[in-house]
Design a binder for this molecule. Structure first.
Ligand code: GLU
Length: 283
């Protein structure tokens, strides 16, 4: 029997929401309505250095202002590090994680090519480090990241696909091939944060029974990693739909890091919620 559709908007409170977030949230809410499902809000605040309580409050405030509503309590990832560590242990037991001590500069100098986000692919320097040497470096307190052995993970999982859907309820999902190898040995845990975006998102989509993931095109390639992790952790794979991005005047995607105009500043400049909804593509 098909389960009740559950969709989520999952922002990271490391800055102010902009029009691109409004589109993502409204797109998700729209699809929840079309499918007769539930719209959830999740706060992805695992990056304790960059996430701030006032940004969380601003997310609630701005989404309410846009007309969105969601069930309480809202899941906050910062309260679930133990759950993510347990998932990482599962991968560790499969022999799929290894410690890496490389600095950014070392990785960039030996990189095997850019990943889909344009970052250097990890050259595998620490992949074959003797375990005694790794243990010694950990004991000395060196900064460490835990990486996924992509070749072994893929051999274990075999060829993978995920159900991809057009934003059209009358078109059935189709099988989209996943190619996680294009990301190399991704980081799944850091010393200061015992998880990563990829690990937490997969664990929580499953924990919350999310059936449909709606996200921007910029997240399409990362979905391949998520599908692989779902397979390795024995979690279900939701249906994925990607929406087009809102671009700035230079044709680049909006980003908090570039200081794209926030919803709060549009409000302060006199925009109504209806005008923001319209600018985000929803009336
Ligand atoms: N938290 C992520 C972000 O704000 C997106 C989560 C997702 O859609 O998987 O970019």
């Amino acid at each position: 029997m098909p389960s009740q559709p559950i969709l989520r908007f999952a922002p990271s409170p490391n800055g102010r929401l902009h029009l691109g977030h409004a589109r993502s949230a409204l797109f998700t809410d729209h699809w929840a309505r079309v499918l007769g499902g539930t719209f959830l809000l999740r706060i992805e605040d695992t990056d304790l250095g960059r996430c701030r309580p006032e940004f969380v409050e601003a997310i609630f405030e701005n989404l309410h202002w846009l007309g969105l509503a969601w069930p309480e309590p809202v899941l906050r990832q910062s309260e679930r590090f133990a759950v993510y560590s347990a998932a990482a242990s599962q991968l560790q037991q499969l022999g799929l994680l290894y410690p890496c001590f490389c600095t950014r500069a070392e990785i960039a100098s030996g990189a095997e090519g850019p990943d889909p986000d344009g970052a250097p692919i990890y050259p595998g320097t620490c992949r074959h480090l003797p375990s005694a040497e790794a243990a010694g470096r950990i004991a000395r307190g060196e900064p460490i990241q835990m990486r996924l052995r992509m070749d072994h993970a893929m051999a274990l999982a075999g060829p993978l696909t995920f159900p991809g859907a057009q934003p059209d309820p009358d078109q059935p999902p189709h099988a989209v091939p996943a190619r996680p190898e294009r990301w190399g040995d991704v980081v799944l845990q850091r010393k200061e944060t015992p998880t990563s975006y990829h690990l937490s998102v997969v664990v929580d989509d499953a924990a919350q029974g999310v059936t449909h993931v709606t996200r921007g095109r910029d997240m399409e390639a990362a979905t391949d990693i998520h599908v692989l992790l779902q397979h390795l952790l024995g979690l279900p794979t939701p249906i994925y739909t990607f929406h087009e991005l809102i671009l700035d005047a230079d044709g680049r995607k909006l980003a908090k890091s570039k200081g794209s105009e926030s919803l709060a500043s549009l409000r302060a400049a006199g925009w109504s919620a209806a005008e923001v909804r319209h600018a985000a593509g929803f009336d």
